[in-house]
Design a protein around this ligand. Sequence first.
Ligand SMILES: *Cc1c(COP(=O)(O)O)cnc(C)c1O
Length: 383
Amino acid sequence: MNPDDANPTGMTVPQSLAGGRLTIDLGALAANWRYLAELAAGAGTAAVVKGDGYGMGLEPTVGALAAAGCDTFFVALPEEGLRLRAVLRDATVYVLDGLMEGAAATYAGADLRPVLSSPPEVKEWAAFRRANPAAQAALHVDTGMNRMGLGLAEARSLLADASLAESLGLALLISHLACADTPDHPLNGRQLATFREVRAMLPGIPASLANSAGILLGPDYHFDLVRPGIALYGGIAVDGITNPMRPVATLEARILQVRNAAPSETVGYGATEALDRPSRLAILAAGYADGYPRHAGSSDDRPGARVFLHDRPAPLVGRISMDLTTIDVTEVAGARRGDWVELFGPNVPVDEVAEHAGTIGYELLTSLGPRYHRRYVGGPDAT
Ligand SMILES: *Cc1c(COP(=O)(O)O)cnc(C)c1O
């Protein structure tokens, strides 16, 4: 099989038959990791590759990051950890969702480290480790998000037992920031102060607090290891800044036909948009079944996202359908059947499309469907 045709679902869509084409730039991914590692110089830089590498495909993603120098990875689920382990034998792998009940031996067998997050997990892991003293883990303490992690009181009472770190094989202490994308938010400073307190209860254990946005909050937040996700994949981590990251994913759809329409005619389901001039419309072979978000479409009341072709932007017209999207190419000379149109990528930031759809780049990237022709460029094997 041509590696260009590889698709993580196991399904292969040749370009000649595909409605959409997803290009993943592993060189940009590696450059983004190096950029963040430099920002966090003094700390180690891991990579968060949950959600199938934020939709980019777990195996090619971790391969490129490892080649760039990354040796520590965070996945959400043990299944993702097993997939990662199959391609990277020596990497350190943490499972953010923690220890699934009864699965400790599977974690240890693949050298996956659970991020322990609740008293029952701590208890189960400590019991398992009595017979498996080589197994290691991380501990997550909540500092103000109320999602994962031991509560502060729970942490204090557990850590009053000075042998706990030893009996759990603790290699890392983590917490997670709720509002790092809003640098002025007062919760950031409060979480930082609380994390320092918790850290003092676990002397000698490396500590990790920052996600992508946390890295940009500055060195106070870096501690021993940073855990970027979205920024690696080119997404914007902090509201209102110019995104310094290189785009990794480029999504394009093919033009199926170009048609003329007259003023006052409407376009698409619900007739939500009426034309106000003689228009040329191009119909694209991708829609919400491919993860191109339906809410990014346009109506007479609200502009939709834009696309890019022949060096020009063009607006969406009307609703996005399951498999089809309509754009206005009246002002794009030369648009024709078979052309590839950028839905997001270097000319249309993924976060711009997300904003039109009332969501975030994270959701767009992790919703990319399996129907695209998927190709990887700029990878470590490329010449
Ligand atoms: C997802 C996640 C990250 C990465 O967050 P980004 O905002 O994508 O950088 C880091 N730590 C934890 C605990 C996470 O769940």
